[in-house]
Design a protein around this ligand. Structure first.
Ligand code: SF4
Ligand code: SF4
Length: 330
């Protein structure tokens, strides 16, 4: 065991991005991330040995105190003891395909160029993932996350997710979904107690759903949310289905909208919610060095109070946490 500053993604992580693989998906800190493992990746031709050799190179730099400037300011960097032997394994995987989505959220960065994003191709990751498990290079203790773009509409999503659920080494899978398409594999994972799904509601009424998502799928969303909640009844874990609300000032920031969102969530049988604030809005506040707006602080506290009263588990994502605590906005 040697003490030095490093991070778990650099040591054991992989992030599959649209046309490349990176060490992690973090890019909002000062250094901006983007530690490439393979550029122009199309699902083929990466050797595990090369990946671990590259990780080794970065780890050696960290041991010498020469942290890559792209990691500068990242909250994942920690100074602690890191095991020296037996370190060639993966236990953090992020799938971030950023291609298609069946929603068109006004705050999503794909909305700047939606047509091109919808045309982007995505490569198949399942062969590489199967190889990872066949070679016993995946270890328990980390996490597997599906994020940007809509995972459920990828043609390998069902097979990939069902494969991961069946692997004994996999303890936890998180899927971020628009909730517009129902997935049997997500249901299987919920029933197995291994998968949690975070459904992007951002509203409690059809009108605001349409305004934020720019698709008329409000009923479909709640129909699917209810199906996932029913699947959860068969699992021991009662917090594997969440609805998420991103506060977007001047769009959905009223107590009435919050109340309707929470009421629908409870009515479906869901016991967990996620709250956040639109990232660009927070970035602007930070850039202009403005104080936290009082109406948002009040609304944040209202969400905390209402979730307590309704016995809902509240997960506060970073911007929300900074809003409702002593800290400044990120
Ligand atoms: S320190 Fe941050 S940016 Fe650097 S590899 Fe780790 S997670 Fe990525
Ligand atoms: S559901 Fe996610 S990926 Fe799709 S448009 Fe909304 S924020 Fe973007």
């Amino acid at each position: 065991m040697q003490e030095y500053t490093s991070c778990h993604w650099l040591q054991h992580g992989l992030s599959f991005e649209n046309d490349h693989i990176e060490m992690c998906c973090l890019c909002c800190h000062k250094g901006g991330g983007r530690l490439y493992i393979k550029e122009n990746y199309n699902g083929k031709g990466v050797k595990w040995e090369d990946i671990f050799n590259l990780k080794e190179k970065f780890i050696e730099q960290n041991k010498n105190g020469e942290i890559d400037p792209r990691c500068d300011g990242c909250f994942n960097l920690v100074h602690r003891g890191w095991p020296d032997d037996d370190k060639h394994y993966i236990n953090y995987i992020h799938f971030n395909h950023w291609t298609h989505c069946n929603s068109d959220c006004i705050y999503c960065y794909t909305s700047w160029d939606k047509i091109n994003y919808q045309r982007r191709k995505h490569y198949q990751v399942l062969p590489m993932i199967k190889d990872l498990f066949k070679k016993k290079l995946f270890r328990p203790g980390g996490e597997i996350t599906f994020a940007g773009g809509e995972p459920t509409i990828l043609n390998e999503f069902e097979d990939l997710t069902n494969f991961l659920i069946k692997q004994p080494e996999v303890e936890r899978i998180t899927v971020h979904s628009s909730g517009i398409k129902h997935s049997k594999a997500i249901e299987n994972g919920i029933k197995a107690g291994k998968l949690s799904v975070c459904l992007s509601a951002d509203s409690g009424t059809r009108e605001i759903f349409k305004r934020v998502k720019r698709v008329d799928k409000f009923d479909k969303f709640w129909e699917n949310a209810e199906k996932y909640a029913k699947a959860q009844e068969k699992s021991e874990n009662k917090y594997n289905v969440e609805t998420k609300f991103i506060l977007i000032p001047d769009v959905n920031t009223t107590k009435e909208e919050i109340d309707k969102w929470l009421d629908l969530t409870v009515k479906c049988g869901i016991k967990s919610v996620v709250a956040d604030i639109e990232n660009d809005y927070c970035r602007d506040l930070r850039a202009k060095d403005l104080p936290k707006p009082q109406f948002l602080v009040d609304l944040g506290n209202y969400i905390i109070q209402r979730t307590k009263e309704l016995d809902l588990n509240l997960i506060d994502y970073n911007n929300f946490r900074y809003l409702t605590t002593e800290y400044h906005l990120m």
